[in-house]
Design a protein around this ligand. Structure first.
Ligand SMILES: *Cc1c(COP(=O)(O)O)cnc(C)c1O
Length: 374
């Protein structure tokens, strides 16, 4: 028996939804895509949603739609998956890493301010583990400095900030539907926005920069006519994937409840265990509990990781600070060091958390963690 750190939940309804698309006329660019996008817009409270082939593609077209280009700086957190920063490099821009707040593990608004330069174009906060960032403070900085805000909500579908769901709090929010994420489409992603202008640019960048929208065309040569207005990509998602996504969305509330319940069970179990630091309670916000992470003493972490893996528990470490990767080191980040992100990284341990994790399995994880911390 191996218990992974995260995993999809697929039921008969999901399978049937996919099979129906396979028997239909459209495998891609069909009706399921618009239906899924409408669902994502309704759920997050945004006006528009553009579904794409991955969360990374979502981040890339969001940066393109925001106009990020050569020499532009985008402030983000080092404690994230590389894609949150890579999307800026794809556009010729430069990610600038602002340290985290050690209490929330999220980007610290005070740190954001100290990294603003005349080249800063956007802030790209990541709702790490599903815990919403301080969006009020970030929004205020962005407004004062006239910056775009692009949220990486890959962990945070269903998370709430002051009673509002993540996805409608800034210019654009990107979500991922990789199998470990809150809901899955296999591979997939979406950008939500309430700006008509950004929405139209996102649509262009998703599909080669090509449009048939009469209002956008420079010329009109006939009903066959279309124009390429930007250098876009093929980042389209399939109807097969969207059918799975629509079916998964029906179960999201249940998934979130289950994740929360399991996280609370971990918190209770570890409350009195010496050496384990559990995630702090949030004020004004509701985590999506994408990841459950504890912090253990630095000198014990590697040994515990190995022991837990040997016991069949798929513990993990999220994340290696992005600037530490050899690629980043080789392109000018050798001097970069964020002490809070480093400290967290040295102590962090991700424990299994997903809707289908049974209480029996969780008890086994709790037992082993408690045993090995001693
Ligand atoms: C998963 C993830 C992504 C990338 O999403 P993909 O769908 O795998 O491309 C980006 N940012 C964060 C924080 C993620 O966890």
């Amino acid at each position: 028996m191996y218990i992974p750190y995260g995993k999809q939940s697929i039921d008969e309804g999901d399978i049937q939804a996919v099979v129906e698309v396979l028997k239909s006329d459209y495998l891609t660019t069909g009706p399921r895509i618009a239906e899924f996008e409408q669902k994502m817009a309704d759920y997050t409270g945004a006006q528009y949603a553009v579904a794409v082939s991955s969360g990374t593609a979502a981040l890339h077209i969001a940066c393109l739609a925001a106009g990020i280009g050569v020499g532009d700086e985008v402030i983000t957190t080092p404690l994230t998956f590389a894609a949150s920063a890579n999307c800026v490099l794809y556009c010729g821009g430069r990610p600038v890493f602002a340290d985290i707040d050690p209490q929330t593990y999220n980007i610290d608004p005070v740190e954001i301010e100290t990294h603003i330069t005349p080249k800063t174009k956007a802030i790209l906060p990541v709702h790490y583990t599903g815990r919403p960032c301080d969006m009020e403070a970030i929004g205020k900085i962005a407004e004062e400095q006239e910056l775009m805000v692009i949220e990486d909500g890959a962990h945070a579908l269903g998370a709430q900030y002051r009673g509002r769901r993540i996805g409608s709090l800034s210019h654009m929010t990107c979500f991922s539907f990789h199998p470990v994420k809150p809901v899955t489409t296999g591979e997939g992603g979406v950008v939500t926005t309430s700006s008509r202008e950004l929405y139209e640019r996102l649509l262009l960048f998703r599909s080669h920069g090509i449009t048939r929208e009469v209002d956008l065309l420079r010329e009109q040569e006939g009903a066959w006519y279309y124009e390429q207005l930007e250098l876009g990509y093929n980042y389209r998602i399939t109807d097969i994937a969207c059918a799975l996504g629509i079916s998964q969305m029906k179960k999201l509330e249940g998934f979130l409840q289950r994740r929360k319940g399991l996280a609370e069970r971990y918190n209770e179990a570890f409350a009195t265990v010496e050496g384990i630091q559990t995630p702090e309670e949030l004020e004004d916000a509701e985590s999506g509990w994408h990841l459950y992470m504890i912090q253990v003493p630095e000198e014990r972490r590697e040994r515990m990781f190995e022991q837990l893996r040997e016991a069949g528990i798929g513990v993990n470490v999220h994340y290696i600070p992005v600037y530490r990767h050899p690629y980043y080191q080789s392109c000018g980040y050798a001097g970069c060091f964020c002490p809070n992100a480093e400290g967290f990284y040295e102590r962090a341990l991700t424990l299994p958390l997903y809707p289908d994790l049974t209480e029996e399995q969780q008890d086994y994880v709790i037992e082993k963690v408690t045993e090995y911390i001693k």
